[in-house]
Design a protein around this ligand. Structure first.
Ligand code: 5RP
Length: 235
């Protein structure tokens, strides 16, 4: 039997696809993480699955597209996406997001920015009043590798309480390398008063590729609840 969290992820993902998948969609963005597994599964059940192309946000996402018998395309071929579905690490009521827990933030943001509609799928643990309240490991920031010391210094100057170069842990000695051959910093700013302002401040630092703060991008977020209900937030 699946755990309450796993059931919540599946419920949210299935509902999001069922309520939002456009009838005549040609290009679909597929995010990364453990909730999007159910998005790809649901899309893979569609009878017309040969009539649209799916754009991945990284290696795992590419595998999900292939494994579910979906047509794989590249963002370079399809820079206009009808709709994209992705998970999140934390969501506030304005639908500002922290993303990048799975180290895929840059391609996720590229696909979200290219999409006419961007829909978030998550379980109940991701609902938050303010970013930084429940996701305590910090804002993920993708950086060019040799900039890590300089960017770390600059993040402390911007008010970060703690900055970590994300490590591979048991799976790899040394830092995590993203799908774009970059490093990741996790910068803890505590509760974030103004996510857009913080994003802009970080993004301007030399060496920063992008931040895991996604502001004014998502139009809806579906949360699977422990009760078996699905909550919808929209802006
Ligand atoms: C990866 C992400 C994921 O979407 C985010 O970490 C949520 O993942 P999950 O659905 O496994 O909770 O941003 O970079």
């Amino acid at each position: 039997m699946s755990s309450p969290v796993e059931s919540a992820k599946k419920l949210a993902a299935y509902r999001a696809v069922d309520e939002n998948f456009p009838e005549n969609a040609k290009v679909i963005g597929i995010g990364s993480g453990s909730t999007v597994i159910y998005v790809a599964e649901r899309i893979g059940q569609l009878k017309n699955k040969d009539s649209f192309t799916c754009i991945p946000t990284g290696f795992q996402s590419k595998q999900l597209i292939i494994d579910n018998g979906l047509k794989l395309g590249a963002i370079e071929q399809f820079p206009d996406i009808d709709i994209a579905f992705d998970g999140a690490d934390e969501v506030d009521p304005q639908l500002n997001l922290i993303k990048g827990g799975g180290a895929c933030l840059f391609q996720e943001k590229l696909v979200a920015a290219a999409a006419k509609k961007f829909i978030v799928v998550a379980d109940y643990r991701k609902e938050s009043k303010k970013l930084g309240e429940s996701w305590r490991q910090g804002v993920p920031i993708e950086i060019v590798p040799n900039s890590y010391a300089k960017v770390t210094q600059a993040l402390y100057a911007l008010g970060a309480k703690k900055v970590d170069l994300r490590q591979g842990g048991k799976a790899k000695a040394g830092p995590v390398i993203t799908d774009n051959n970059n490093f990741l910093l996790d910068a803890d700013f505590g509760e974030i008063e103004d996510p857009e302002k913080l994003h802009v401040q970080i993004k301007l630092l030399v060496g920063v590729v992008d931040t895991g703060l996604f502001t004014q991008m998502a139009s809806k977020a579906y949360f699977g609840e422990e009760s078996g209900e699905v909550t919808l937030w929209k802006v």
